[in-house]
Design a protein around this ligand. Structure first.
Ligand code: OOG
Ligand code: MG
Length: 281
């Protein structure tokens, strides 16, 4: 496909290549918007081209995520618009995984609520958001901005696929059995100590609103969704930097937990699956 060039002179495919190299090489780059204005539509084009590079390497789309759906997260990063990103199977880490930080630039973790799509939703399809998901799970998201110092504008973070880097899902619970999700406690534990607490009410007022927002954005962007796709609703608490040797656990009241362990910096070979799954070449 021809590389689209914007009015500000952006070669969008080139911008995607720069961000992709930053992710695969775990080496940060300057914010795109430090050079020239990008624009939100162009930023979503870069995001799409970035994911096309991943799928060309064999990764498969596995769902979508929202960011800045809570005031706390928006305030932490200084970006106050809800953002949409794309997940691939290479970002998925098994519950209880032991991961290496080698594959990341400056990774952070945040507790999340995940929903599972029940039906295929093509870009032209209109579906009832409540009927479109059939299960919910506690989750952890690893975010890793490819920009230096983890700083960005709205357009930068959208182009960088909303800092998406990894996710862990706890057990799925049928939505019908999960009860009212409006105000559930969300807790992030690091090495058995509470690092952050929040409520699902902080996610757009109700976490199911994230399903509405994700479906709407996917439609606007012409992004097809499939039954089984994961939808991360966005964190209700600020993200916390990952450090070697730590054990990370997210708990959502009534839903259970999701967890992973970060390998020791010195423990050579005790790493992966993150490093190996994440960047298949
Ligand atoms: C952007 C991703 C935000 C969330 O849950 O709000 C996000 C970032 O903070 O780097 O995933
Ligand atoms: Mg998140």
């Amino acid at each position: 496909m021809n590389a689209p060039v914007t009015e500000a002179g952006w070669d969008l495919a080139e911008a995607a290549a720069v961000l992709d190299a930053a992710a695969t090489g775990a080496a940060p780059v300057a914010q795109l918007t430090a050079t020239a204005p990008l624009g939100l539509d162009a930023a979503y084009d870069v995001q799409r081209l970035l994911i096309e590079r991943r799928t060309a390497r064999g990764e498969r789309p596995s769902g979508v995520k929202l960011g800045f759906t809570s005031r706390t997260k928006a305030a932490q990063m200084g970006v106050f618009d809800v953002i949409f990103g794309r997940l691939t199977d290479a970002m998925r880490l098994p519950d209880g995984a032991r991961i290496s930080l080698d594959a990341y630039v400056h990774p952070r973790v945040e507790p999340e609520v995940a929903f599972r799509l029940a039906v295929d939703v093509g870009p032209g399809d209109t579906v009832d958001p409540e009927a479109a998901v059939d299960a919910v799970a506690p989750a952890l998201e690893i975010i890793d901005s490819r920009y230096r110092d983890f700083r960005f504008t709205l357009e930068d973070v959208v182009a960088d696929n909303t800092s998406a880097a990894g996710y862990v899902l706890g057990p799925w619970i049928a939505l019908a059995d999960a009860g009212d999700l409006a105000n559930r406690g969300v807790r992030l534990e690091i090495d058995g100590r509470t690092a952050d607490t929040g409520s699902t009410a902080a996610i757009l007022g109700h976490p199911l609103r994230a399903v509405h927002a994700a479906l709407r954005r996917a439609r606007e962007l012409g992004h097809p969704l499939r039954a089984g796709d994961v939808l991360l609703a966005g964190a209700a608490t600020p993200a916390v930097a990952l450090t070697p040797g730590s054990h990370i656990e997210a708990t959502v009241t009534g839903l259970g937990r999701a967890a992973f362990t970060v390998a020791d910096a010195t423990a050579d070979g005790a790493t992966a699956p993150a490093a190996t799954i994440r960047n298949p070449s």
